[in-house]
Write a protein that binds this ligand. Sequence first.
Ligand code: F0G
Length: 461
Amino acid sequence: MPRCIPEPYKIKVVEPLRMTTREHRQSCIEAAGYNTFLLDSKDVFIDLLTDSGTGAMSDVQWAGMMRGDEAYAGSRNFYNLCDAVRDVLGYDMMVPTHQGRGAEHLFFQNFLRKGDIVPMNMYFTTTRQHAELAGGIFKDIIVDEAHDPASRFEWKGNVDLGKLQALIDEYGLERVRMISMAPDVNMAGGQPFSLSNAKEVHAFCRKLGIKIYMDITRIAENAFFIKEREQEYAEWSIKEIIREICAQSDGCWMSAKKDGLVNIGGFLAFFKHEDEMFQKCRSMVVVYEGLHTYGGMAGRDMEALAVGLREVCNNDYLAARVGQLRLLHGMLDEAGVPLVHPCGGHGVFVDARAFLDHLDQDEFPAQMLAAQIYVESGVRSMERGNVSAGRDPETGENRHPRLELVRLTVPRRVYTQTHMEFTAEGIIELYKRRESIPGLRFTYEPETLRFFQARFEPITG
Ligand code: F0G
């Protein structure tokens, strides 16, 4: 088992958790249609549904909340946030939004033309949805290793330039005008790209005039892996690495609810040469989000984010965070539970297809496994497989992603080592009687982003 790394902070405020009985949890999951998104948080003991907006803020961030300038226009907190974006990320211009998908909406509506190809290092649910709503066609250009849970490759977030070249050959440069590259690739299991890959992609795209826009939602966690694994950057600070990653792009969007260390917020940011995109997004933000100096965030939210962006650049914090994930990963791995390897940056991902290998993928093994983990131990996790991937808009068929995963997403600065041990014990117990677990069928399937509100029933008999 990996040695644990103590957190560089202590607990000042606590929030009670309530353990429930198995009977209660069984009735809750049935009422929720076997969808962990539809459970009430009061019925959850340890909440590993997501790392999005679920973290704990520091005392300095809370102090910043009291310094909120709730002016409709020109709040001082907006300027503090602009300074933090410039200082930590290097971007010159910023458009605030209420969260990540607000930024994605503005970005794709303003950038894409109908029929444009949108190559990304794997899809993310809301990102692909907004690209498609704006007339784009998503294409995956991540390295093959990313689709293989068992592969130990250390840079599963890398872009495969051969795949990008093939898209250019097929569709022509006039339809491949941008690519999106995300650090700590969420759907691949929190897998990083290397800085050398980002630099190669940058050189390739510059030569052809293709823009690179990054989804920097989990950029600090990726920077930690670069510092740890890419020898050239071992002596660089996290902030220097973050700036170097951003320097490989033209602009970005961020769901600040992750590595911004806040409960709500997001933004778009651009370098100076992207003035046209900046102006377009700034014009549109007032229609959908709020004035261009708050974009849906309160003044206090912008202040907390300005502090969070600086706080997340702390290597000791990142080492403890990834260390906690590795502890959970190590305990499950030792017991033989099939996982995505190596351990990622924001969660531990269970290979549900291998865990429930008696089920067909259209019996939604990851959906059922997440439900059963909840019934077993009160731990809430999330399906990241067939249900999340949705249907192909052209054929109407399930997309059948190669990764059929349950994500145990660890909120930042919230849970302790004992919570991780408890989580592991429940899943290991479940693994011992995995053969008795049946599959699921839909009783209600929403048309878009179906995983949020879908309902299921077990296939029995
Ligand atoms: N991009 C990535 C990589 C994300 O992980 C998310 C959200 C978004 C964009 C959208 O941002 O939620 O602020 O609107 N991920 C959450 C998750 C929902 O649970 O992984 P948002």
